[in-house]
Design a binder for this molecule. Structure first.
Ligand code: SAH
Length: 393
């Protein structure tokens, strides 16, 4: 299947590339408009930060496997809104090497006579393949998601795959035998290498495990973090929160400019990575906690902690009133809100700016070219003039 700059034969079925037929400059304009429409009531929106080369930016690639009559084992994407696998070998968004590896896994699966997992019956083995590529390091992790824990001829399979792709640095077997739309299951076993990859961002090295969140577009992530750190304008004296911290990337990139960095994250694997990442980078002033961000912030507010700056980077659903209320009680000088969904961002800014805070700066960043998703970095600061409001609390 050929993929040209502005077309893809499966784009209608996939639905992942809403803007595939739009020139890049136009995509940026459209995203700028979307953000402005939602956020202009809070102030001026700066110009969106785009990519120089917007193709093949996704360093995390997922393929679902299935058996199709007449074709045998196929790999690709789910047709939008279904679990029907549409065969795909390459994609304009995805890392090209990762796509090649997935094709190789499928060919090997054929020659090793492995069966694709059948979601309806629960029979079969190969369910998904996940490939993660370290943009700066070139390290590559392949996660084979199987419906049961035994991979027949395991050694030979791994040898063959590594022979075809010596650039693979680790292979993990993940077992997912549940009827679920989650890709990864609970149990996993390292088949080859260390079981994780590392990548470098903002001059730091980060360990990424199979289950941890890591931004999919490394080039733009660096620009986004630099903007967030600029907005935080740290002097070295501040106590800073990195909420929804994932593997600690933002907090660790900013830690040397702060007195103390405190990260909070719900996902246990990610918190473990964050703690290791602090060590790898020799960062001693950062602590990471596994907790619900809202609950954690309430605990800080109740303990009367002094917090100067809050980074918050919640999932698409946005933050919670519980979290934001705690932030307002903590009265940080600055809040840097990083959002991958301008709609929930607009809603949350409404809450954050009800009292003594106002939006000072907003910059969209194009993390997901060819899609209608847009990331936005917002600086929220305390308004110093409103003393009558201050006397109320
Ligand atoms: N700041 C990180 C991760 C952002 S993605 C980065 O830039 O890479 C959002 C993160 O929020 C995910 O890691 C997810 O596991 C975490 N998360 C989701 N709900 C949460 C909650 N209620 N409390 C804390 N973390 C949560």
């Amino acid at each position: 299947m050929g993929v040209n700059m502005n077309s893809c034969s499966v784009s209608k079925k996939c639905g992942g590339c809403q803007y595939i037929e739009m020139p890049y400059a136009e995509q940026l304009k459209k995203k700028q408009k979307t953000v402005e429409q939602l956020l202009k009531k809070y102030g001026k929106v700066n110009k969106i930060i785009g990519m120089e080369k917007p193709e093949h930016y996704r360093n995390k690639v997922h393929a679902a496997f299935a058996f199709h009559k007449g074709k045998g084992i196929v790999s690709g994407i789910y047709q939008e809104g279904t679990h029907h696998v549409v065969p795909v070998d390459e994609c304009l968004l995805e890392d090209a090497k990762a796509d090649e590896i997935i094709v190789s896994v499928r060919k090997l699966a054929k020659s090793f006579k492995l069966k694709a997992y059948d979601e309806d019956t629960g029979y079969g083995l190969l369910r998904h393949v996940l490939v993660r590529v370290g943009h700066a390091t070139g390290q590559i992790m392949v996660v084979l998601v199987l419906g049961s824990p035994i991979l027949p001829s395991k050694k030979n399979f791994i040898n063959e795959l590594c022979k075809l792709h010596p650039e693979i640095t680790t292979i993990v077997l993940n077992v997912n035998n549940k009827r679920t739309s989650m890709v990864l299951g609970e149990k996993q076993q390292v088949l080859y290498g260390k079981g994780y990859i590392e990548d470098c961002l903002c001059g730091r090295t980060f360990r990424i495990s199979p289950k941890s969140f890591y931004q999919v577009n490394a080039v733009q992530t660096e620009k986004l973090y630099n903007k967030a750190i600029e907005y935080a304008s740290l002097s070295g004296q501040e106590t800073v929160i990195d909420a929804y911290c994932g593997i600690g990337t933002i907090g660790l990139a900013a830690a040397e400019r702060a007195k103390k960095m405190i990260g909070v994250e719900l996902n246990q694997a990610a918190v473990k990575d964050a703690i290791v990442n602090a060590k790898i980078n020799g960062i001693k002033n950062a602590d990471f906690y596994q907790n619900d961000a809202g609950r954690f912030m309430i605990q800080l507010a109740e303990a009367g902690e002094k917090i100067d700056v809050v980074f918050m980077d919640p999932p698409r659903s946005g933050s919670t009133e519980q979290f934001m209320e705690a932030v307002l009680r903590l009265q940080p000088e600055r809040i840097v809100y990083i959002s991958c969904n301008p709609e929930t961002l607009a809603r949350d800014l409404g809450y954050l700016t009800k009292g003594r805070y106002r939006v000072a700066e907003m910059t969209p960043v194009d993390m997901f070219p060819f899609t209608d998703d847009v990331e936005t970095c917002v600086l929220v600061v305390q308004t110093k003039i409103n003393t009558s409001y201050r006397s109320e609390d």
